[in-house]
Ligand binder design. Structure first.
Ligand code: ATP
Length: 416
């Protein structure tokens, strides 16, 4: 059963099309994150669900009721705003009970429910305090208690953890998810933080320019991105462009760019010598081996150009030559303890970890190995883990990360 359904919902503010023809449905008890860059329409979508913004087109349903014309306070939704929006002149208990007063709930029942809500967010001893006497995390909990105390059908959260420091944010992510599961409350959570969205949600909706690019489970979004934008926005990717030079059973052998190095990928109907391909690979699937050391039979090789110590892992940028490069993310201690800049390394990528971009690679006039795929749709190989789309001015290899010295986690073109 759906608790929330949007049918072809659009909203413009003057010239700005904030939300474009979005349709989605959220099952009862599910946690949906709306993920996307700033200005992509997440908040507008949430506000249409809450009733603060009226759709220009389309229909909003909450528990099978079309609510386009229903005002916010009659919608049976609880909302937590990014800045919490607590009333400064009311105590914690009064803030939490505010919605119950507005709903004319009797005083004894009100007190019981406020107490219950404060217990759920571990703030029993703070009932008499004012918001200014609370930390950011405590204020966030009050806002949450205020939203759930009315027992809404749907909980709407607009970047509620955005202003918390990293540690508190992580703790609140866990608490929020536990609370949501305990209450079984259908939740829609807006964030621009991909890790937060992937780690907390049953479903993730990735938005771009007002459109819902993909709605899927976290694994689907990460492993089978539906568009280049999704592939680029969620996680880090490498892109290799090349040409099929041979077929070997179930595999196609691809020459990477102009390097004369070869990579095996799952064979696809239509593959034949001369067919151009674009391949995406996640950095965690790029294995490195020491050149000349044991196991030095890696099909690709290159030189470490950059390494960044990230604590639990090390991020390497490996130049394959002819403008082709790869980012590899290795757990620290694996691959013989790490590599230094200038080290020659073998590079191994399992065929099933390669993810082919659909569409004809397009060569750029300026780049020897360069191709673009602004609108290419990644297609996974059968059942394989996948990489993600990314493209850059040089074509083969990494985009933003290479250009910026290897520390920027996003790679690729801006969407068209
Ligand atoms: P952020 O992550 O920065 O909060 P968002 O994805 O939530 O961004 P929205 O706040 O939904 O994005 O805004 C989408 C677009 O609509 C933006 O271009 C924004 O400037 C515009 N917009 C939103 N609200 C209004 C408004 N009331 N009047 C005019 N334009 C608006």
């Amino acid at each position: 059963m759906y608790d929330v359904r949007l049918d072809g919902v659009s909203k413009s503010f003057g010239e700005v099309e904030a939300v474009r023809n979005v349709s989605l449905a959220v099952d009862a008890g599910n946690f949906l994150s709306l993920l996307g860059p700033s200005g992509c329409g997440k908040t507008t979508l949430l506000r249409m669900l809450a009733g603060f913004v009226r759709p220009g087109r389309g229909e909003v349903y909450i528990r099978n009721q079309m609510v386009n014309d229903v005002p916010p306070f009659r919608r049976n939704v609880g909302m937590v705003f990014q800045n919490y929006a607590l009333f400064p002149h009311l105590t914690v208990a009064e803030n939490v009970g505010y919605g119950l007063v507005a709903r004319k709930i009797s005083r004894p029942e009100r007190e019981r429910r406020v107490e219950e809500a404060l217990a759920l967010v571990h703030l029993m001893n703070f009932a008499g305090r004012y918001p200014r006497q609370l930390s950011g995390g405590q204020q966030q909990r009050v806002a949450l208690a205020r939203a759930i105390v009315i027992r809404p059908a749907v909980l709407l959260l607009d970047e509620p953890l955005g202003s918390l420091d990293r540690k508190l944010r992580e703790r609140m992510q866990v608490e929020l998810r536990q609370l949501q599961r305990t209450l079984g409350i259908t939740t829609i959570f807006v964030t621009h933080d991909q890790e937060e969205a992937l780690s907390m949600s049953d479903l993730v909706g990735v938005m771009n320019g007002g459109r819902l690019e993909q709605l899927g489970t976290p694994a689907e979004i990460y492993e089978r991105p539906a568009t280049t934008f999704v592939a680029d926005f969620v996680g880090t990717s490498n892109r290799l462009d090349g040409t099929v030079v041979g077929l070997d059973g179930e595999e196609s052998v691809v020459q990477v760019a102009e390097t004369r190095q070869h990579l095996r990928i799952p064979r696809r109907a239509g593959d034949a010598p001369g067919v151009p391909v674009s391949i995406m690979v996640r950095p965690e699937y790029v294995e490195l081996t020491a050149r000349g050391g044991p196991g030095d039979d890696a099909p690709l090789f290159g030189e470490v150009r950059f390494s960044a110590y990230l604590g639990a892992s090390v991020r390497y940028e490996v130049e394959l030559g002819e403008g082709a490069s790869l980012v590899s993310l290795r757990p620290r201690g694996i691959d013989g303890g790490g590599y230094a800049c200038g080290d020659r390394v073998g590079v191994r990528i399992a065929p099933e970890c390669c993810y082919r971009l659909a569409g004809e690679p397009r060569r750029r006039a300026s780049g020897a190995a360069g191709v673009e795929s602004d609108d290419a749709i990644p297609e996974s190989f059968a059942n394989g883990p996948v990489g993600e789309a990314g493209s850059d001015e040089g074509g083969s290899g990494v985009g933003e990360s290479r250009r910026s010295g290897g520390l920027v986690p996003r790679i690729g073109d801006e969407p068209a």
